[in-house]
Design a protein around this ligand. Structure first.
Ligand code: PGA
Ligand code: ZN
Length: 422
């Protein structure tokens, strides 16, 4: 029985308000969950409600908080809810809209996640094990060390330039390598561009004043080599290309150059060949299923759908049918309940797609995705650079899980192709 549901405004890592919910089961098991927030969002995501007006620059969430403490608490408190699925079905029905725009995905999701935690607490199990008794895979981190796009104030169009320490032997070693590479990158940036290049973007990666992704990849390669991990690392990009695409002309603008879809695909094939890139997210704009399919076929690498599929089972089905990608970026707040997000991951797995569990750029200290990535056995996580509390909260939770699993823990260095050794 749900005995308490209570929401409040708390601040995310950008200092903007978000919704935190306490949910209690049987008067004994109290759990809390926060909802994160994106900045380079897809247009087909579930709706996040913001108050508007001048309070918090319009970003207040008192409306969503009021929906939790009013209508949703009235409907849930005192009710016996037997499963996550039953709760989430009730949340979806109470909202009653396809995009959760009436009560807000930011009102529904923290209830859904806090319930998962409280239900796990009732069984005395950590969340990852309550969701999957056999959970034992620690994910390879897709570490975003150079930020651009909407996450940084430089002119780099591509949002994330990523290194993946696939050759590490454990989560702890993967983070050790990541930090050593980040330190080496800092030295290179300082020497070449001066102090201002050490400013960081929303996900903790450096945001040097450069515009060409080739230059960012060269810097990252240099840092990896300087740290001594050249043979153990592979590379990735989140292009987030919707945000540098102009629907009026059907053209992309990349480092000042205007490209059509075919020219952009050619550019990616060159980047893949030149820089050891094994994964690219959102290479084409969020409605270009055909373009995704073409690049997936032509490249043979992991092509990740984020804004294209928005963790939405219906859009995933469409992408799978079209061959538009072979990997799902999985963000629970894009869809708004845990059950639907689990359905999305299952749909991806059934189709033979990989799943990359992801943070949002606007995060809190809530580390629930660490438990969720282990529960899913997804083998890949994207949660920023290994600095700043809202990112290290996830990494640190993964380190605790690794320790707790002991000898059964397996680091998923093989979730991505091994580096081509030269
Ligand atoms: P967002 O970006 O959280 O700002 O939407 C993350 C991503 O595009 O993967
Ligand atoms: Zn993305």
């Amino acid at each position: 029985t749900i005995t308490r549901v209570r929401a409040r405004e708390v601040l995310d890592c950008r200092g903007l308000p978000t919704v935190q919910v306490d949910l209690e089961l049987d008067g004994a098991h109290l759990a809390t969950a926060d909802v994160p927030s994106g900045r380079s969002t897809g247009s087909n995501e579930a709706r996040e409600l913001r108050d508007g007006g001048s309070r918090f620059g319009g970003f207040g969430v008192l409306g969503a908080v009021g929906a939790v403490n009013g209508e949703l608490a009235d409907a849930l408190v005192g009710r016996t809810v037997d499963s996550q699925r039953e709760l989430d079905a009730r949340l979806i029905a109470l909202d009653g809209t396809p995009d959760k725009g009436r009560l807000g995905a930011n009102a529904l999701l923290p209830i859904s996640l806090a319930f998962a935690r409280a239900a796990a607490a009732r069984t005395g199990q950590p969340l990852y094990r309550a969701l999957n008794a056999d959970a034992h895979v620690l994910p390879a981190p897709l570490v975003n060390l150079i930020n651009g796009g909407k996450h940084a104030s430089n002119d780099l169009d591509m949002q994330e330039v990523i290194v993946i320490p696939v050759g590490a032997g454990s989560m702890l070693e993967a983070l050790q390598w990541s930090t050593e590479i980040d330190l080496a990158l800092a030295e290179i940036l300082l020497e070449r561009f001066g102090k201002a290049a050490l400013n960081t973007g929303d996900e903790g990666g450096f945001a040097p004043q450069l515009s060409r992704v080739e230059e960012a990849l060269e810097l990252l390669h240099e840092a990896v080599a300087a740290a001594g991990y050249a043979s153990g690392c592979v590379y990735g990009l989140d292009a987030a290309s919707t945000h540098w695409y102009d629907p009026a002309t059907d053209r992309y603008t990349l480092a000042g150059e205007t490209l059509d879809r075919d020219a952009l695909i050619e550019r990616y094939l060159t980047l893949i060949a030149d820089y050891g890139i094994v994964t690219i997210e959102d290479p084409l704009q969020e409605e270009d299923f055909d373009g995704f399919a073409e690049l997936t076929r032509a490249s043979g690498i992991q092509i990740v759908a984020d804004d294209l599929t928005v963790t939405n089972p219906a859009r995933i089905e469409r992408a799978v049918a079209a061959g538009a990608g072979n990997s799902l970026l999985w963000k629970v707040n894009q869809i708004g309940t845990l059950s639907e997000a689990l359905d999305a991951a299952n749909a991806a797995h059934r189709a033979g797609w990989t799943v990359v569990v992801s943070e949002r750029s606007g995060e809190t200290e809530d580390a629930i995705i660490a438990d969720l990535v282990v529960a899913l056995g997804a083998g890949q996580i994207k949660t920023g650079a290994p600095i700043r509390g809202e990112r290290t909260a996830k990494y640190n939770r993964l380190l605790r899980i690794e320790e707790e699993l002991g000898a059964t823990a397996r680091y998923a260095g093989d979730a991505l192709p091994a580096p081509a050794l030269s």
